[in-house]
Write a protein that binds this ligand. Structure first.
Ligand SMILES: [Zn+2]
Length: 254
């Protein structure tokens, strides 16, 4: 199985959202949005789909006021659809989309994967469906399509061979789901999504402000540290510094 890290956009946010003790309330950080292509012998899997392509040019049309808190910094074409093209794939080639959760920067391109099945955690689907009006990062345009989701309720080995194991780890949201990926050559990677937004959050037991339930996030950190001690590399959801040291695009892992 091969893994490619693909860009799903780039956002600027207030640093104190992720690092609450930041003194300068106006200080900003740029956070990458990543999607992960997993080419398994039984099918092409995409873990998260990033921001919708229109976010690069007209974020207010899709996000309304949220675009002032999450300011897009990427150029047009920096989205998972274009990125898939760089590795020689079309959206139609994706067989399974796994959404770590349903915030707009993780499922914005779902609509393009017309041949795929979709997995999300049951509690995430309930939360998104209960959002009467779009808000708190959930937008129906991202996830509410004709294709139905398979609702995940517990740890799941996607192909029953230990290569992609989905692990629910609530805290950031109610239905946050991470993936433990086992590669033959390069070893184990833990795709944390926003269960660990920045490495410093895990290392210093720091609860970002955009957290649904901090006590559950801290419990999830405990689980993730066990996974890290067992030898997996933790890939954070939005850590620019970490991402700079990882292979991206066509240059992937196997
Ligand atoms: Zn996110």
């Amino acid at each position: 199985m091969k893994m490619n890290i693909l860009s799903g956009g780039e956002l600027q946010m207030k640093k104190h959202i992720y690092v609450p003790d930041t003194e300068d309330r106006l200080e900003t950080i740029e956070i990458p949005v990543s999607c992960y292509l997993l080419r398994h012998p039984q099918g092409n899997v995409l873990f998260d789909t990033g921001c919708h392509p229109s976010i690069a040019t007209d974020p207010a049309a899709r996000w309304g006021g949220l675009e002032r808190a999450m300011v897009p910094k990427h150029s047009p074409g920096q989205d998972v659809i274009s990125e898939l093209g760089k590795v020689g794939l079309q959206p139609e080639d994706i067989d399974l989309v796994i959404n770590s959760h349903l915030h707009t920067d993780h499922c914005g391109c779902n609509e393009f994967f017309i041949n795929a099945s979709f997995f999300a955690h049951q509690k995430e689907l309930e939360t998104a469906r209960a959002s009467e009006i779009d808000g708190n990062g959930y937008f129906r345009a991202d996830w509410d399509h004709a294709t139905s989701f398979e609702a995940i309720t517990a740890q799941k080995d996607v192909f029953n061979d230990g290569r992609i194991i989905l692990i629910p780890l609530p805290g950031h949201t109610a239905g946050m789901m991470c993936a433990l990926v086992n590669l033959d050559r390069d070893g184990a990677f833990f795709l944390a999504s926003d269960a660990v937004s920045l490495k410093i959050n895990l290392d210093e037991e720091m609860v970002p402000k955009n957290t649904w339930q901090g006590d559950l996030l801290l419990k999830s950190y405990d689980e993730i540290r066990k996974i890290e001690r067992a030898g997996a590399q933790i890939i954070c959801g939005h850590d620019a510094e970490q991402l700079a040291h990882l292979k991206r695009g066509l240059d992937g892992y196997a």
